[in-house]
Ligand binder design. Structure first.
Ligand SMILES: Cc1ncc(COP(=O)(O)O)c(C=O)c1O
Length: 354
């Protein structure tokens, strides 16, 4: 009989999957860019009036109420919207819908590592195009790949910068295949390229409730695109993908955006302060349009991340990404949390520089 390993899907053999820190009250989790300013109060409000006795019933197949609310929000038709169990699910669904074994998937590097993961799981041949030193795209190189699927992140994780809109527009309009534009961090900056995605024939704008909206634990994301593309995505999506409580909270979070807006403002103030403090500790900090900072570490990034983990702080080691040797990424949170981080980081840096 073949071993389980021999039964494994061949596309999974060379797969590398990022590891996530265990969610734990005891760790200071500054590694996943969730909303450290807290859970959206819309969740608690909905819980008070939600009819839990109806949980025996399935939700609507395609989360119709949330889709309608999103359509209103983004001036689209509900038929141009699809929701998923986190935007991660939608990234997987896009790959499932469009990739045939061996089709070329192209992404810049460094960028969010899960694009490549889902493309590989779904049998794509992955070609990464390392960006320029200033993290701008090598647009011609990406276009030359004539990929079936291109994934871009605007602003980009983990480099925290905005891609040049002109480059994004060129890829959207000149690619023969599908272009994912992941705007997971759009609420933290002034950029919004939905209109460009909709103007292009084959773009998909993907967004999430996990960041500014503060409900990562409920798992909700959405994609907006032309109806023809959304129809394709619906073919492969599992029915009833989003649970009814999450759907109700996501709607309420959109109805009460003040909380998210307020927390984004607080985050920006803290981002500025943390950036200065990290620079004074010897880090080179990049400008950020997101709720995290990318920094070049004065010591080896794996050692820094390991030493912090021993002290119950989790930050992301980006050292294995192209262009990011010895770089780390830190999620921004409220002042008290950042002070706790600095109280641990400061003495650690003093110790290693002795
Ligand atoms: C760029 C980007 N896209 C998508 C996601 C996934 O978010 P979700 O929680 O909606 O699956 C993340 C999460 O960190 C991200 O950074």
């Amino acid at each position: 009989m073949p071993s389980i390993g021999e039964l494994r899907r061949r596309a999974l053999e060379s797969l590398s999957r990022p590891s996530y820190s265990l969610a734990s009250d005891k760790m200071l989790l500054l590694n996943d860019n969730s909303n450290l300013f807290g859970a959206n109060p819309a969740a608690m409000e909905v819980a008070e009036s939600f009819d839990f006795s109806r949980l025996w019933a399935y939700p609507s197949e395609n989360s119709d109420i949330l889709r309608q609310r999103l359509a209103l929000e983004f001036d689209a038709s509900p038929t141009e919207v699809i929701v998923g169990n986190g935007s991660d699910e939608l990234l997987d669904i896009v790959c499932k819908s469009f990739i045939n074994p061996g089709d070329v998937f192209c992404q810049p590097a460094p960028t969010f590592s899960m694009y490549k993961f889902y493309a590989q799981v779904n049998f794509a041949s992955v070609n990464e195009k390392v960006s320029n030193d200033d993290f701008s795209l090598r647009t011609d190189d990406i276009l030359k790949e004539r990929a079936k699927l291109v994934a871009l992140c605007q602003p980009n994780n983990p480099t925290a910068n905005l891609l040049e809109p002109r480059d994004v527009r060129r890829i959207l309009s000149e690619s023969e295949g599908i272009t994912i534009l992941d705007e997971a961090y759009t609420d933290f900056c002034d950029s919004d390229m939905l209109a460009d995605v909709m103007a292009a024939e084959r773009g998909i704008d993907i967004r999430t409730f996990s960041k500014a909206y503060g409900i990562a634990g409920l798992r909700a994301g959405f994609a907006i695109s032309r109806e023809e593309i959304i129809d394709e995505l619906r073919q492969v999506r599992t029915p009833f993908g989003l649970n009814s409580f999450t759907e109700a909270v996501a709607v309420a979070a959109l109805d009460r955006k003040e909380w998210a807006r307020e927390k984004v403002q607080e985050m920006k103030v803290e981002r500025e302060r943390l950036s200065k403090r990290l620079q004074s500790l010897g880090f080179q900090v990049y400008p950020s349009e997101c709720n995290f900072l990318l920094c070049s570490s004065p010591m080896r990034s794996d050692e820094l991340v390991g030493a912090l983990r021993e002290r119950r702080v989790s930050i992301r080691d980006c050292g294995a990404y192209p262009l990011l040797e010895n770089h780390v990424r830190v999620t921004i949170g409220p002042r008290a949390l950042m002070d706790r981080f600095l109280e641990i980081l400061g003495p650690l840096m003093a110790e290693v520089s002795k």
